[in-house]
Ligand binder design. Structure first.
Ligand code: HEM
Length: 387
């Protein structure tokens, strides 16, 4: 029984282009110092005027970007009640004008298995054309990684609950650049009303790992979304790349999530994918011989030579200190310095199979942190079979 909900939204987006000059790259640890001001480069301002009633939905968006001065408006979101979202196989095609909306959608109680599978196919297509595997992995990690095991109450405990779709959380310094990831997958969210943001973020991340050649991750779905920006976690729960004592810092942050040393090292191996960009995080070179031609948007500094291939080269390359053009953050370097971390880092550099096994388990655990599932046992899409 569909019970349409109305919400009218007017959103004005002002987005500044990155204007920060690149930091120096002559530092001994193959990275440059983060610049606080660079974090502002991704800052955007979004204003909403919204009204709602309980019977139908329409949203108009005005989008003004300083880079393109483009203006667009679109009718968005004919949304259905949580009840209709549960109908199996009821893929509802909504406006796919693209673009990110941080408008709180009505509570989406859980995801629909058939729509999840279709969304996964769409993500695979997106990966083929945009080569955006790394940033989708980072999106999933940053939604989940705010989890605090010492807080019982959902969603105050943080974690994989879709809160990262809201502007207030995207503006956290650690999330610089992730608005681009959201923009890339918003059209998929618009197409599948029966898939929550929380699930979509984790689905996109796991699919990206698998499509990049990584292990099959034993995922489950059915995550419930938070419904408003007031439910976002406070800033500062994600790790910093250059803290005074990297090992202590990693333990403080990851232990708070309920993760252990083995999981810290295995998950850090996700840096086998992707690049760091000075205009986003403040870390890395503006470009290297490995990134100047893309694929995808060129530039940044990668941790590995083939930064779209998921393998154990992250560990091999840090160990070999093989190339000034490859990035090693202080929190990466410490994996081979701290006696407990080192056991795993050495193992993963030698043995890709063990890395894949440990990574897949740790990734699945990360993706479930803080999540509220409906049904409580979650939804498994593949019954153990390869996707
Ligand atoms: C251990 C603590 C960690 C720190 C300090 C850290 C820090 C960073 C930094 C500074 C960047 C560069 C962002 C940019 O400039 O765009 C980055 C990128 C990335 N991180 Fe991490 N990270 C950590 C753990 C993780 C984990 C656990 C994962 C996933 C399981 C992950 C996945 C990624 C990916 C895939 C990228 C590349 C994004 C892209 O190319 O757009 N990181 N990380």
């Amino acid at each position: 029984m569909a019970d349409p909900v109305v919400a009218s939204h007017l959103s004005l987006v002002l987005k500044a282009p990155p204007t920060i000059s690149s930091p120096s790259h002559s530092l001994p640890q193959q990275h440059s110092k983060p610049m606080a001001s660079s974090l502002n480069s991704a800052a955007s301002l979004r204003l909403f005027v919204s009204s709602s009633s309980s019977s139908s939905s329409a949203a108009a968006r005005l989008c003004l970007r300083s880079t393109s001065l483009s203006f667009s408006s679109s009718l968005k979101s004919l949304a259905f009640s949580p009840l209709s979202r549960h109908k199996r196989g009821s893929a509802v095609s909504m406006s796919s004008t693209g673009g990110f909306s941080s408008v709180a959608s009505p509570k989406c109680a859980a995801s629909d298995p058939d729509q999840l599978k279709s969304a996964r196919e769409d993500i695979k297509e997106l990966l083929k054309s945009k080569f955006c595997h790394p940033i989708l992995v980072r999106l999933g990690w940053h939604d989940a990684g705010t989890y605090n095991k010492n807080i019982e109450e959902w969603p105050r405990r943080g974690g994989a609950n879709g809160s990262l779709r809201f502007e207030v959380e995207l503006k956290h310094a650690a999330n610089a650049g992730l608005v681009n990831a959201l923009n890339l997958i918003q059209h998929i969210k618009d197409k599948y009303s029966g898939v929550t943001y929380a699930d979509l973020f984790q689905l996109a991340s796991a699919t990206a790992i698998e499509e990049a050649g990584g292990p099959k991750i034993p995922m489950k779905y059915g995550r419930v979304d938070v419904s408003g920006p007031n439910e976002c976690p406070e800033e500062g729960r994600l790790p910093a790349a250059g803290p005074p004592s990297p090992a202590d810092h990693l333990r403080e942050v990851f232990y708070r999530m309920g993760l252990n040393d083995k999981e810290i090292v295995a998950l850090s191996g996700a840096h086998t994918l992707g690049r760091s960009r000075p205009e986003r995080s403040g870390w890395g070179k503006p470009e290297t011989k490995y990134t100047k031609d893309g694929p995808g948007a060129p530039g940044g500094q990668s941790w590995t030579v083939q930064w779209l291939k998921f393998d154990n080269s992250y560990f091999k390359d840090i160990k070999a200190k093989r190339d000034e053009d490859l990035l090693v953050l202080p929190t990466d370097a410490v994996l081979f310095e701290d006696p407990s971390f080192k056991v795993y880092a050495e193992k993963y550099a030698e043995d890709q199979e063990t890395f894949f096994k440990d990574y897949a388990e740790a990734h699945a655990k990360l993706s479930n942190l803080g999540a509220k599932f409906n049904p409580p046992e979650g939804i498994v899409l593949d019954d153990g079979a390869a996707p």
